[in-house]
Structure formats: structure tokens, C-alpha cells
Design a protein around this ligand. Structure first.
Ligand code: SIN
Length: 465
């Protein structure tokens, strides 16, 4: 008997579509398919792989409105953000289509006349990906595109909340001419987790995951027995620092971009806003005036800027952080208002700004994943750096300053992999995205983004003249 996953609209709780769950046998069959496919795909020349990737990107862009609508229906994000995400997703395909042609080897001078040494790069093999619900298109393509560009084959398990966007994108890959034994998806909801099936499989050579740090750690442990390669894009707890000389005409709107994108549900969202005591009141006043104007609603309505949070668990975590902060003395400047229906299953959180936030509040320790912006004050830049770095996470950090010495000092002392200086939206296909510390291993995007899908071999030829 087939089982289905119900994909629900987070803005209404209504059913969007049912999707058939893959059994473990289905998943094993798909793994064998991409393992067979690897023997052919690795021989396809790089220019042809690049052509097929470009074709895939074109097909996706031709249908961007429809894909964005599906994404909004299943993830709740505003349509304008879904459209932006489709373009962001194709930017990874375009970038890696070009990188496919630049997988260079090298020669190494030998220490004897009778030898030559050649260094070559080869695709790793079958790549298994697990992707999150907050970016159902872009987090998939930024793994699939470098994998395919490198000559690997690819199997992905999208989040069970948002499989439809991934399914649509993979159908378009087939339409573009990418063979079915090169890319596959699986949908799983019961029995052994897909993570266990992927990590146990001898056919899989690499696991790439975007999601929470605890799940990432589990996947790393499970990958140890067969020494699989791993790339992990894990949780964050981004500090955003506003120094006393910051240009508030830049800092205020960029803080809003950083914090409220996708209703605060991104790994790189500003999670702790640290403001110099000299300007905290002016910053907070200006910020609150703008935040209070953000339109909350169903993402399909054209003027919506803040959609629902993904589900009841997400909602309860955010509310408990607000309650904890208020109990411990934080002041609510705006928000702390909700529109929810537990029976129907939708949860909206009005954008919330908290002031007088201190280090012992949960919101300063844990990732929030919701539209809540806590403000805390600092005296010196050194103190701001200490607060910012006082976390096991090291994904993204932001700072706003017009002083190049302060900016250089902050950049050099913040232990984060992605840093925005007067920039609340640093992500780009052409730059290496990835966290330090417990925020992950490996980079996605940029020159670095294809490396995790390649192995290096060297050949030493002897007996020459
Ligand atoms: C994420 O939240 O995981 C990624 C966000 C981005 O690519 O900007």
C-alpha cells in the first residue's frame, strides 16, 4: 500500500498536494540508478555537462512564476521572495555550468629527470543531499549544480514540508536533457530515515546537508564508518553590530533585510543586534518605525512582506523566546502579536523588536528562526566582538560602520564564515558560503563550491629519459 505525505500551506493549513512516499526499497533502487548513471556521466565531457546545466537553468527561468507560486504555497514565503529565490537558484546552476569547464589539473616538477608528475581531478561519485524547507529551490541547486558540473550523480531528499519545488525542478532537469540516472529525488516520511539509508549505503560517496546542527552532527557520525565526504551547512546565530559611527540610512534598512527575510527563517538571519550605547535610542526608534510598517499575510497576496512561520513547533519556539526575554526584563517595542489557529494549522508572528535584551536570555543563546529582533547595547567594539563570538556557531555576522579601521578590525576578529559590512544580504552564487565552528564544514558557491565534489589524484611516471 502506498503512503503519502500531505504538503500543507503554512498560511492557511490547507492541503496543497499529497506526494507518494518512497519506501526503503524505492530509495535503494534510486541509489542503484544514480550509481549506474555515474559510470556514464563521469565520461560526459565538461562542455556538454555545462550545456545541459545551462539548458536546465533556462527551463527553470521560463517557468519561474509557476515555480514561485508552488514555493509560496508550500513554504509560506512571500511571492516576491519566491521569485527572487528561483533566480537565486538558477544563479548557482549558471555559475557551476561555467565552473565545469575550469576543473584544472597541474604538473609538478619531479626531483629526478626520469619522472613526470601529473595531478588530476575526478568526480567523487554519487552525492546524496538532504535539503531544508526554508529555501526549497536554492539549497538544492547549490548542491546539485556543482555535483553535476564536477561529473558526480546526485540524489536529493527535500524537506517533507516542501518537496513540490524540488520535484518540479528535477522534472525540468529531465526536460533539459539531464538523464534520469544522473539526478533523482526521494520523498520519505516513515521507517528508517533517509539520512540513515544514505549514510549506510556503500554506493554513496558524499553526503551534503543543509539544516540543524544536531542533525548535521548525527550525519557526520553516521558517515564515519564508510568514511564518506561530508559538506554541512548548519545552524547560525548571527550577530549584527551597529557601531557609533554607522550610517543609519544604510544600517536600518539592511538590518530589516537581514532579519526579516523569509519571516526570519534563514540560517544567516541577524539573530542578535548589538548597538553602540551612544546611538541605540535613535537606531531603535528608526528601526521600529519601519518594522511596524511590514505587511504580514498570505504570501500569495502581492503586498505581503512577512508570511507565516512554517509550523506550530517553529511558532512555539519563537514565542517561548519572546516570553523568556520579557520575563527577564526585555521591553517590547513593537510586535509580540500573533494570528494563529491551532486547529487549522497556521501561525503568523508579527515582526517583533525587543530592547534591553541581555546575555542570559534564551534568544541570545539559541537560533530563533522567526521574525524577532532583540537589541542589546555595547560600550566598546572589543565588547561587541566578545558578545558576538560567544557562541558555538560561526555562520554569518554583520557590522555597520563607516570607519575603515573599525571595519577591518571587526572583520579580522569575528569568527564567522560569511560577513556583511554595511550589507545585510551577502549571499551570492559567486562567493563561498559556509560556516565556521559548529555551523558547518565546506563551502557552497564561489570558486570553492565545486571542490567538495572533486577528488585529487596524482600520477608519477617513471623510467623516462
Ligand atoms: C540558509 O538560510 O540556509 C541560506 C541562506 C542564503 O543562502 O542566503
Amino acid at each position: 500500500m502506498t503512503e503519502n505525505i500531505k504538503v500543507l500551506n503554512p498560511a492557511t493549513g490547507e492541503l496543497v498536494e499529497e506526494v507518494t512516499i518512497d519506501t526503503e526499497e524505492d530509495i535503494q533502487a534510486k541509489l542503484e540508478k544514480v550509481a549506474d548513471g555515474f559510470n556514464k556521466w563521469k565520461k560526459v565531457n565538461a562542455h556538454e555537462r555545462a550545456r545541459l546545466l545551462r539548458k536546465w537553468s533556462e527551463k527553470v527561468l521560463e517557468q519561474k512564476e509557476e515555480i514561485a507560486r508552488v514555493m509560496t504555497l508550500e513554504s509560506g514565503k512571500p511571492l516576491s521572495e519566491s521569485l527572487g529565490e528561483v533566480e537565486y537558484a538558477t544563479s548557482y546552476i549558471d555559475w557551476f555550468a561555467e565552473e565545469a569547464k575550469r576543473i584544472y589539473g597541474r604538473t609538478v616538477p619531479a626531483n629526478t629527470e626520469s619522472k613526470r608528475i601529473l595531478v588530476t581531478r575526478q568526480p567523487i561519485g554519487v552525492v546524496a543531499a538532504i535539503t531544508p524547507w526554508n529555501f526549497p529551490a536554492a539549497m538544492m541547486t547549490r548542491k546539485a549544480a556543482p555535483a553535476l558540473a564536477a561529473g558526480c550523480t546526485f540524489i536529493v531528499k527535500p524537506a517533507s514540508e516542501t518537496p513540490l519545488t524540488t520535484i518540479k525542478l528535477i522534472e525540468l532537469a529531465y526536460e533539459a536533457g539531464i538523464p534520469e540516472d544522473v539526478v533523482q529525488y526521494v520523498v520519505n516520511g516513515s521507517g528508517r530515515t533517509v539520512g540513515e539509508i544514505f549514510t549506510d549505503s556503500p554506493l554513496v560517496r558524499k553526503i551534503t546537508f543543509t539544516g540543524s546542527t544536531p542533525v548535521g552532527k548525527q550525519l557526520i557520525k553516521q558517515s564515519a564508518d564508510s568514511v564518506k565526504h561530508v559538506s554541512m551547512e548548519l545552524g547560525g546565530h548571527a550577530p549584527l553590530i551597529i557601531t557609533k559611527d554607522a550610517d543609519l540610512d544604510i544600517a536600518v534598512p539592511q538590518t530589516i533585510v537581514s532579519k526579516f527575510r523569509n519571516a526570519g527563517q534563514t540560517c544567516i538571519c541577524a539573530n542578535r543586534v548589538l548597538v553602540a550605547k551612544e546611538i541605540v535610542d535613535e537606531f531603535a526608534d528608526r528601526l521600529v518605525r519601519e518594522v511596524a510598517k511590514l505587511k504580514v499575510g498570505n504570501g500569495l497576496e502581492e503586498d505581503t512582506q512577512i508570511g507565516p512561520v512554517i509550523n506550530g513547533d517553529g511558532f512555539r519556539k519563537v514565542v517561548s523566546q519572546i516570553d523568556d526575554a520579557v520575563e527577564k526584563g526585555a521591553e517590547v517595542l513593537t510586535g509580540n502579536k500573533f494570528d494563529k489557529d491551532d486547529d487549522k494549522g497556521y501561525y503568523f508572528i508579527y515582526p517583533t523588536v525587543l530592547k534591553q535584551v541581555t546575555g542570559e536570555m534564551d534568544i541570545m543563546q539559541e537560533e530563533t528562526f522567526g521574525p524577532v529582533l532583540p537589541i542589546t547595547v555595547f560600550d566598546t567594539v572589543e565588547e561587541a566582538i566578545d558578545i558576538a563570538n560567544n557562541t558555538p556557531f560561526g555562520l554569518a555576522a554583520y557590522f555597520f560602520t563607516n570607519d575603515y579601521r573599525t571595519g577591518t578590525y571587526l572583520h579580522e576578529h569575528l569568527t564567522f564564515g560569511v560577513i556583511g559590512w554595511n550589507d545585510g544580504a551577502p549571499s551570492a552564487a559567486h562567493a563561498p558560503f559556509g560556516g565556521l565552528k559548529e555551523s558547518g564544514i565546506g563551502k557552497e558557491g564561489g570558486l570553492e563550491g565545486i571542490e567538495p565534489y572533486l577528488e585529487t589524484k596524482y600520477l608519477s611516471i617513471g623510467g623516462l629519459e
